[in-house]
Ligand binder design. Structure first.
Ligand code: PXG
Length: 303
């Protein structure tokens, strides 16, 4: 049996799961989404993801035609139907089908899509050795225009940054005749030049035993993994700060790591060719990774 995808109350085989070319999610990126994970039959931070989805949709004045409770029921039902124990869940709400104009009033009802699939894990090598990342010229969207706290279907800002990082890797490979000196993530700034976040992850540094991450008001996604890691660190007695950080703060940090639903906690050992700390995943980072993994195995909504 193939994977089934939920679209507006019905289930479709993966190959038959389609949306209209007139859906404003496709035509204008007019919609919101969430990326959620389940671990061994438990959905991690489901309430937090559902709350953020409804906050995002409220931000773009899109009414979700479902109560939060019914949305949770639909997510759990889709997971059960597909018999997935460890899943990646993509929840999408689009403005729905309209015509070839921007006017959202032409879209009579929002579309709800729930895709559950096997999770594609990052290579183990990245967690053991840490990532090599690079800052890119494209700044994060300014919050006054499109607030990055809204997880909208328009991810072009992040995709452009990703392309820039990939292209830098290729150019360097050509220069030193290597096959590839890949950068594993792009670090983005705010329009004012402060460190913001990566294309799909939040960033943390450790300096003098304090855990520091940029504040959400700068215009970054308020990551659910970010909040969870701050919580673990506080409970472990660490000083946790949401503070503006610069590139220099990262270069001189003792440890650095990224957080996200897909990546979980992943160490960073090199930024713009500067080695961070001793060039290996730091002790505190490794400990937070261990505590986070413990939590994912015990904390969650059963299905
Ligand atoms: N910043 C951005 C811009 C993101 O898109 C995060 C931070 C981390 O947030 P959470 O709440 O996940 O801790 C994200 C999340 C994917 C994928 O398929 C990306 C995300 C989440 C899930 C899957 O690349 N981004």
């Amino acid at each position: 049996m193939g994977l089934k995808v939920y679209i507006n109350g019905e289930y479709f085989e993966k190959d038959e799961a389609k949306v209209s070319v007139f859906d404003h999610g496709l035509l204008y990126g007019d919609g919101v989404f969430e990326g959620i994970r389940s671990y061994e039959g438990l959905v991690f931070k489901l309430k937090e993801h559902i709350d953020r989805l409804y906050e995002s949709s409220h931000g773009i004045m899109l009414t979700v035609p479902f109560s939060k409770e019914d949305m949770i029921k639909a997510v759990l039902e889709t997971l059960k139907l597909n018999q997935l124990d460890n899943a990646y869940i993509r929840l999408v709400v689009t403005r729905g089908i309209g015509d070839l104009g921007l006017d959202p009033r032409k879209c009579k009802s929002a579309s709800i899509i729930i895709i559950t699939d096997n999770i594609k894990l990052y290579p183990e090598k990245m967690y053991k050795e840490g990532l090599n990342i690079i800052t890119v010229p494209t700044p994060r969207n300014i919050p006054e225009a499109l607030n990055p706290q809204i997880k909208s279907l328009n991810y072009l800002n992040n995709i452009l940054a990703k392309i820039e990082a990939i292209n830098c890797g290729y150019e360097e490979a050509l220069m030193i005749e290597a096959i590839n000196c890949g950068y594993e993530e792009a670090l983005m700034f705010t329009a004012h030049g402060y460190v913001a976040e990566c294309t799909g992850d939040n960033i943390f540094i450790i300096k003098d035993n304090s855990l520091i991450t940029p504040p959400a008001y700068l215009g970054i996604l308020k990551g659910i993994t970010r909040a969870c890691v701050m919580d673990i660190a506080k409970k472990a007695g660490m000083v946790v700060k949401e503070e503006i950080i610069t590139r220099h703060n990262i270069f001189t940090a003792s440890e650095c790591f990224l957080t996200g639903t897909a990546a979980e906690i992943i160490p960073v050992v090199c930024v713009d060719k500067r080695i961070i700390g001793d060039g290996k995943p730091g002790k505190i980072t490794l400990n937070l990774m261990k505590e986070f993994r413990k939590l994912t195995k015990t904390d969650g909504v059963k299905y």
